[in-house]
Design a protein around this ligand. Structure first.
Ligand code: VGL
Ligand code: ZN
Length: 203
């Protein structure tokens, strides 16, 4: 059955937010139109404790968008964003969340970030999404939201690895773009077997 996964459509990733994705809010009306076409709607929510290890402010001498080596590999450092309970962590106020049956929170452990909705950034610790989808026999995933080059990309790649059919809705995602990372993300997603579609194909 068709399942819509709405990734991190939160205030901090929209214009005016702490880690604003250019034109991030433009996907909201597109996604609101799509929701009625899906049997199941799931959302993710970036949900960091204060002092999270992905924040540049937690690493003396570092600034946002620098990288550091963590135990699990390279990590980009971000401005403080999506702090648990903050307005920035709330979903965009115009996003229709009524039909969302599950909200997967991620990045809530201080010492590890989580881009993918399936695994934390150590690529080992599961979020539980695979189990949920399999228990309900949901094999057909349609991914939208923010940001194309981080949480969307990693969710798409891991979804394919976990055996799901994954389609990315091109006009319902936007990216951060650090040194061409959006273009790179599209290449990686297509290479892995993701199908790229337009929202008009679903309406
Ligand atoms: C994201 C950077 C840090 C995302 C989350 O949702 O793509 N990017 N945290
Ligand atoms: Zn984050």
């Amino acid at each position: 059955m068709r399942t819509l996964l709405i990734v991190d459509l939160q205030n901090d990733f929209c214009p005016g937010g702490a880690l604003a994705v250019p034109n991030g809010d433009q996907v909201v009306p597109v996604i609101n139109r799509l929701i009625g076409r899906f049997d199941h709607v799931l959302q993710t929510q970036d949900w960091h404790p204060e002092g999270h290890s992905s924040f540049a402010s937690s690493h003396p001498g570092k600034k946002p968008f620098d990288t550091v080596q963590m135990e699990y590999g390279e990590q980009v450092l971000w401005p403080e964003h999506c702090v648990q309970g903050s307005r920035g962590a709330d979903f965009h106020p115009e996003l229709n969340t009524l039909k969302s049956e599950v909200i997967i929170r991620k990045g809530f452990r201080k010492e590890i970030d989580s881009y993918s909705t399936f695994y934390e950034n150590d690529q080992k610790t599961r979020t539980g999404l695979t189990g949920y989808l399999n228990n309900k026999n949901l094999s057909d995933l349609y991914v939208c939201g923010l940001a194309t080059d981080f949480c969307v990309k990693w969710s798409v790649l891991d979804g394919i690895k976990e055996g799901f059919t994954v389609k990315v809705i091109e006009d319902a995602v936007r990216g951060i773009d650090l040194d061409g990372s959006v273009e790179q993300a599209w290449l990686e997603m297509k290479e892995a077997g993701a199908e790229v579609i337009s929202s008009s194909q679903l309406l």
